[in-house]
Design a binder for this molecule. Structure first.
Ligand code: ATP
Length: 444
């Protein structure tokens, strides 16, 4: 299947089954902004919970925070975003379309008479590249003036840096330790696209690990490996994951070293998480701009220093695209096309479908009783409409790992069949053992 066809089918499945909808669709949609539907919100929540558990709950050396999206505009001056968070852009004076200066469709040098607009085809209408800041700007309070400018944060990290001493003082942490956060970020991307890969409003799961300046390399390598292993633990195909090290030209203004974790999407290898050694850049800049001391005092040695920061920065929506793409399979079973989302059971929005084989002889009643019992513990779905094959296929598309069917035998011996989404094997399980059976398989 051609790569674009895979994406088209995935986008259509995502809409059909309620994973992802275009924002404001009835008004023609809002460019590169997406809404999550009933299944999408569950999948995203499961991803975030799993990340939080691994990064915060299962570790003694990381604390969580949830900083506000709006911050003092001086934060973004100190961080370098007001001056430097910009892409060079080219405008067409005729059709008013805007392009990134590195857009492969541009022919010739923008700003010269030879250059031709790739959209309207006119020659000599493209401006020379100009810097365009990616931060969304708005105003706080009743007046629209420069003094009231606030930005929607383009990354969650700064909310951690400006709070690092508050966290240190209110917890019992000592360097090395980390601060984790999940939250929305906004970038006025000029060439967004590829579904939820690059959007203007997105969510980041970031962790900033504060270390002694002399220990930065060791921790950088540690976190790089940890993060890769975490993704492999989600069941993502290891052969489709790789590291990409940033060369000197690619490094962000704040970074000493950076690795991307990339996935082989249908549209090529692309980053979905970055591991960065941000040195003491951010804390030093905030110390200078705020006039507040942001040094760490080691009480054992009385040494004072500004910690170095190793950052792990993951796009939650991008990871969601990774698990959707990686899980999407089309196969032929008994001569029929089966579309299946092979999501890790812990991530699946619905853990089990519950079906009466036919709608008579007490089967619906027994299936309903099972549903009433199970839905207090797991997200389960009761479905009695249509043929059993059709009901299985609906759950395959939703990524539901188990299908529980009440059949004739169930009424006599209180057992049910449990169908495995991936192997299609059916096991007979006692109805009173279902909770335990599901728990064992969902937690592995
Ligand atoms: P890119 O080069 O793709 O624009 P970046 O290098 O600017 O990404 P970072 O600033 O390192 O990205 O952000 C960390 C993570 O946040 C990225 O790996 C990605 O998963 C996510 N992210 C960044 N920008 C977007 C966006 N516009 N839409 C969705 N996720 C994003």
């Amino acid at each position: 299947m051609a790569n674009t066809a895979v994406m088209d089918r995935l986008v259509s499945l995502a809409k059909r089954r309620g994973f992802v909808f275009q924002s404001s669709e009835i008004y023609g949609g809002l460019g590169s902004v997406w809404d999550y539907g009933p299944l999408g919100v569950e999948l995203k929540k499961n991803l975030k919970e799993r990340w939080w558990r691994a990064m915060v709950h299962e570790r003694e050396d990381i604390e969580g925070v949830d900083a506000a999206i709006l911050m003092h505009s001086k934060v973004w001056e100190a961080s370098g975003h007001v001056a430097g968070f910009a892409d060079p852009l080219v405008d067409c004076k005729t059709c008013k379309n805007r392009f990134r200066a590195d857009d492969e469709r541009l022919k010739g040098t923008p700003g010269t008479p030879e250059a031709r607009c790739p959209v309207c085809g006119n020659q000599g209408t493209l401006t020379a590249p100009r810097l365009f800041n990616l931060m969304f700007k708005t105003f706080m309070g009743p007046v629209e003036e420069e003094a009231a400018v606030v930005y929607l944060r383009p990354e969650t990290a700064q909310g951690i840096y400006v709070n690092y001493l508050n966290v240190l003082q209110s917890s019992r942490q000592k360097v090395p330790f980390g601060i984790a956060q999940i939250g929305k970020a906004f970038r006025n991307e000029i060439t967004p696209g590829n579904f939820i890969f690059r959007t203007r409003e997105f969510e980041q799961a970031e962790m900033q690990f504060l270390v002694r300046p002399s220990e930065d390399t060791r921790w950088f390598e540690y976190w790089r490996e940890q993060r890769l292993q975490w993704h492999i633990g989600l069941g993502i195909t290891p052969a489709k994951l790789r590291f990409h090290q940033h060369g000197p030209q690619e490094l962000a203004h704040y970074a000493k070293a950076a690795f991307d974790i990339e996935y082989q999407f249908p549209f090529g290898w692309q980053e979905f998480e970055g591991i960065h050694n941000r040195t003491d850049f951010d804390l030093s800049r905030h110390q200078q701009a705020s006039g507040k001391k942001l040094e760490y005092v080691d009480t054992a040695t009385n040494q004072r220093f500004i910690p170095y920061i190793i950052e792990t920065s993951m796009g939650v929506d991008r990871l969601m695209l990774v698990v959707l793409v990686d899980g999407y399979h089309e196969e032929t079973v008994e001569g029929e096309l089966r579309v299946v989302l092979r999501l890790h059971p812990a991530l699946a929005p619905i853990k089990a479908g519950i079906f009466p084989l036919v709608n008579k002889d007490g089967m619906p009643e027994m299936a309903r009783r099972l549903y009433d019992d199970l839905h207090r513990r797991f997200t389960v779905f009761f479905d009695h409409g249509g043929s059993i094959g059709r009901r299985y296929r609906r759950q395959d598309e939703a990524g539901t790992p188990f299908g529980i069917t009440v059949d004739g035998q169930s009424l006599t011996d209180q057992t049910v069949t449990v169908r495995d989404r991936d192997t299609l094997a059916q096991a007979r399980v006692g109805a009173d053992r279902l909770v335990e059976y599901l728990r064992d398989r969902l937690e592995s």
